[in-house]
Design a protein around this ligand. Structure first.
Ligand code: ADP
Length: 167
């Protein structure tokens, strides 16, 4: 199982082997962490998305692209369920983390940074989003040694800290 670490900050600054992106199913960029990763990674990230995912990606699935100008080597894109639109299946949110770890294993990734999938624009309740992240990332067999959960603000940090304290 990966060792979990909590940090506060901007995931585009992480120098882990790969960073996970909270993408949308179109895989053509968007707001929130998706926009930040495409801005910081530059046009090669989108170009690779277009080439590798011509029909996008299903909710709960994950796939990789180059990380372009980021310090990381790869971006692992995963599509979280849109809670605001009524996609409220916890299993689908857990699948995002499990699939991201599987893709990381395919790439030989040893260190991974992840944001709280679905907890922003998609509106998943913050504490539950943090609980699913910690339960799934900490409970899935993987060759990834270190997972850094990157909390963008104080509220996300507190939610992940509470989830880690219970784990
Ligand atoms: P979603 O559409 O899956 O909800 P968002 O990007 O809107 O994705 O939000 C997911 C989480 O990522 C939220 O907790 C948000 O605050 C956080 N976030 C936004 N920008 C960044 C960033 N640059 N680094 C890390 N986390 C971020």
């Amino acid at each position: 199982m990966p060792r979990l670490e909590l940090v506060r900050g901007d995931i585009t600054r992480e120098a882990t082997d790969a960073v996970v992106n909270a993408a949308n199913s179109a895989m053509r960029g968007g707001g929130g962490v998706d926009g930040a990763i495409h801005r910081a990674g530059g046009p090669r990230v989108l170009a690779d998305c277009v080439t590798r995912f011509p029909r996008g990606l299903a909710t709960g699935d994950a796939g990789w692209t180059t990380a372009g100008d980021l310090a990381a080597h790869w971006v692992i894109h995963t599509v979280g369920p849109n809670y605001r639109r009524g996609e409220r299946d916890r299993g689908l949110l857990a699948s995002c983390y499990r699939r991201s770890l599987e893709v990381a294993d395919e790439l030989g990734v040893r260190s991974l940074a992840v944001p709280l999938i679905s907890a922003g624009i998609y509106g998943w309740p913050l504490q539950d989003a943090a609980d699913v992240a910690v339960e799934t990332l900490g409970g899935t067999a993987s060759l990834v040694r270190e997972v850094r959960i990157v909390a963008f603000d104080g509220a996300a940090h507190d939610a992940v800290a509470a989830a880690l304290a219970r784990a």
